[in-house]
Design a protein around this ligand. Structure first.
Ligand code: G3P
Length: 231
């Protein structure tokens, strides 16, 4: 499963892209509205940083408007994926944009039926919001499982993108259910790093190595002779 970052913050993308784990990013109007700066510049900067798909969302409620906004957004950067909300207008826009070769992320999908319609409209990504389902006491694991199971036998090329992830367990669930992508906020990506045994293990290795200072000198010499040989 590919990991995307769900954010409108260039600083967050800069930091986490440095870990080498990001394949893309997702933004939405709410996330971008929190940021200073021009949205187009933010989107382009994120595209350059992740060097992969970056979703930018339309806001019109009519198909025609969504198509116009989608075409314009797609021209901002080659990595832009146009996000359209699930609705009849969103489906029509998804079909028109996909027919033009523009990749679409159909967002706000909360059921297998909506996912089947999004796939038929040509969506490249289908975003299911796990956290928002759990917020209203609908089991997001059941819904995502149903979506994956409903799409697979038809051989669709649409990818299931798990979104609205609130904790690391959502990410693991998305991977286990066979989602192609999970988009997580920086906070959740940070939480995924943590394990007390990793921290304790690193401390132990460092302490044991320090007990043998001559080994430290040996490794330093090894690095220096390699650097000298390659210059
Ligand atoms: O990108 C959309 C999605 O991830 C929103 O998450 O936390 O606002 O439900 P949230």
């Amino acid at each position: 499963m590919k990991l995307f970052i769900d954010t409108g913050s260039v600083a967050e993308v800069e930091e986490i892209a440095g870990w080498g784990i990001l394949s893309g990013a997702t933004t939405n109007p709410s996330l971008l509205a929190k940021e200073d700066g021009e949205p187009g510049e933010i989107i382009c900067r994120i595209c350059d940083l992740v060097n992969g798909p970056v979703s930018a969302e339309v806001v019109s409620d009519k198909a025609e408007g969504m198509i116009a906004e989608g075409r314009a957004l797609s021209e901002l950067h080659e990595h832009v994926i146009v996000k359209t909300p699930f609705s009849t207008a969103g489906l029509a826009a998804c079909r028109a944009l996909s027919d033009d070769g523009i990749r679409v992320n159909m967002t706000l999908v909360f059921s297998a039926n909506q996912a089947l319609l999004a796939a038929e409209a040509g969506a490249t990504y289908i975003s299911c919001f796990m956290g928002r389902l759990d917020d209203i006491s609908i089991n997001s694991t059941d819904v995502v499982r149903e979506i994956v199971e409903a799409l697979r036998p038809g051989g669709t090329t649409s990818q299931v993108l798990a979104a609205s992830l609130r904790h690391p367990e959502h990410v693991v669930t998305a991977a286990r259910l066979g989602c192609e992508v999970a988009t997580a906020p920086a906070k959740v990506l940070h939480q995924m790093l943590d394990h007390p045994l990793t921290t304790a293990g690193i401390d132990r290795f460092a302490a044991d190595w320090k007990e043998r200072p001559e080994f430290g000198e040996w490794l330093k010499g090894l690095v220096e002779s390699r650097a000298a040989a390659t210059h």
